[in-house]
Write a protein that binds this ligand. Structure first.
Ligand SMILES: Nc1ncnc2c1ncn2[C@@H]1O[C@H](COP(=O)(O)OP(=O)(O)OP(=O)(O)O)[C@@H](O)[C@H]1O
Ligand SMILES: [Mg+2]
Length: 421
């Protein structure tokens, strides 16, 4: 039901409704007709009928469901999620006026909750918005984009890898209009959810404990939505609980995210490279985040060499973060580049004010950075997409055509509409 899954919406009924009373049915039918949908798709029976019906038939693109007769709307909606295929936009209506319920419903993937009694105009607005997600200019949900997987690794602790991972995930969603997942593999101390002002939930912990449960539906329900195009899987596992996994959960998660989203950003703590080296195998791009310090230089050399031998197909972007504006440099950029035997691709200046503002607002730095400060983020997004498009060739693309960063970006952003699945 979550927005990121619209990419899978195929040829389905455009609309179905399950309502509890005649007044709601009478309001809905003309709106269905306005959209060119059959008014006969307005069924009586509310949520219970919706669950029964959808358990034996394909889910529509837009589902209206009346929760008025439901004693426990949240748990019933979760029952609906079990039978509702990914991609359906659900508009619910009910009589319970409780903001917590509203937030819980939205968190579980509901597009909108209309409090009864509502007006025809409110209903119309809600449908118009749902429709615009499916087919409007922002309806990139129906545009098939080859999946892009990026792993972000800090060469030392605290260099800002997670800040960059979160920013990149946000940029892929908001600027490149890709449904994006952020998979935070720092299971005990991860900040993926925290930095976006979200509760991590139990999704990642459940996945690690029960890898066999991981499938498309699990992903849909376990991921926490940051916005329309960004979902996060993160954890705050108890510190007394060791990470007991052979890594199968992580590979399975990568696989399901590849199916469900158009891009995935892995926040990959560097020690995970030791225990689970295969995690970078499927990444199109690895972003290696360093500071200009002696220790970071040593470990940048080692991690770059490791990537070269363990994931030679992965394109590497080297980022120098928290670089002081003049003075106080432990290692100059030139010395750093000489040591790692390659140029730094992107420099992010040390900016405590911006970092603090990002933390206070619960927003990624990329979202609040403007003007000159936004520049390195734009470059990062362009590089990731262009590196990935080198890898993920478009069918029918001309391999002889001249390539440039900008051309590659344009290519990624102007994919033809996918045929319905
Ligand atoms: N360019 C920057 N200027 C100033 N502060 C920054 C910058 N980038 C990140 N920070 C701050 O540095 C701190 C550590 O950042 P972050 O958690 O992203 O690092 P990390 O490499 O993921 O750390 P860990 O090793 O714990 O995973 C945070 O408080 C963050 O706000
Ligand atoms: Mg981190």
């Amino acid at each position: 039901m979550n927005a990121p899954f619209h990419a899978r919406a195929g040829l389905r009924d455009p609309f179905t409704a399950f309502v509890c009373d005649d007044a709601t049915a009478d309001m809905l039918r003309p709106i269905a007709v306005e959209h060119g949908w059959s008014p006969e798709k307005v069924n009586k029976g509310g949520l219970r009928n919706a669950v029964q019906s959808l358990s034996v038939s394909a889910s529509p693109n837009i589902l209206f469901v009346d929760l008025s007769e439901s004693a426990d709307p949240l748990s019933d909606i979760n029952g609906l999620a079990e039978v509702c295929e990914p991609g359906t936009i659900v508009i619910a209506a009910g009589q319970v006026n409780d903001v917590r319920l509203y937030r819980d419903l939205v968190a579980s993937g509901i597009h909108d909750y209309l409090l009864k009694p509502f007006t025809v105009d409110q209903l119309r607005d809600s449908f118009a918005h749902a429709q615009s997600i499916l087919s409007g200019p922002r309806g990139d949900a129906q545009v098939e984009k080859p999946h892009v997987m990026t792993a972000v690794v800090g060469v030392r602790g605290g260099v800002g890898a997670s800040s960059i991972a979160t920013s990149l995930a946000w940029l892929l969603g908001e600027r490149a209009h890709r449904s994006t997942s952020l998979l935070d593999l720092d299971v005990h101390f991860g900040t993926g959810a925290l930095s976006l002002d979200l509760e991590p939930g139990r999704g990642l912990t459940d996945a690690i404990e029960n890898p066999s449960r991981i499938d498309g539906l699990f992903i849909e329900r376990a991921m926490v939505r940051a916005n329309e195009r960004l979902s996060v899987l993160s954890a705050e596992a108890p510190i007394h609980q060791p990470l007991l996994t052979d890594g199968s959960a992580f590979y399975q998660l990568q696989e399901e995210m590849r199916n469900a989203f158009e891009s995935t950003v892995l926040d990959l703590p560097r020690h995970m490279l030791i225990a689970h080296p295969h995690l970078v195998h499927d990444a199109h791009v690895a972003i290696v985040v360093a500071e200009l310090t002696l220790a970071a230089t040593r470990d940048a050399i080692r991690i770059l060499a490791w990537l070269k031998s363990n994931a030679p197909q992965t394109k590497v972007i080297v980022v120098a973060n928290r670089v002081p504006n003049g003075g106080a440099l432990e290692i100059t950029r030139k010395d750093f580049e000489q040591s790692i035997e390659r140029p730094v691709d992107i420099v992010f200046a040390a900016d405590g004010k911006l970092a603090a503002q990002s933390a206070k607002l619960g927003k990624p730095v990329a979202e609040i950075a403007t003007g000159k400060l936004a520049q390195p983020f734009n470059t990062l997004l362009k590089m990731v997409l262009s590196h990935a498009s080198d890898d993920v060739e478009e069918p029918g693309s001309d391999p002889g055509a001249p390539r440039s960063l900008v051309n590659n970006l344009k290519l990624m952003l102007s994919k033809p509409k996918a045929k319905a699945a």
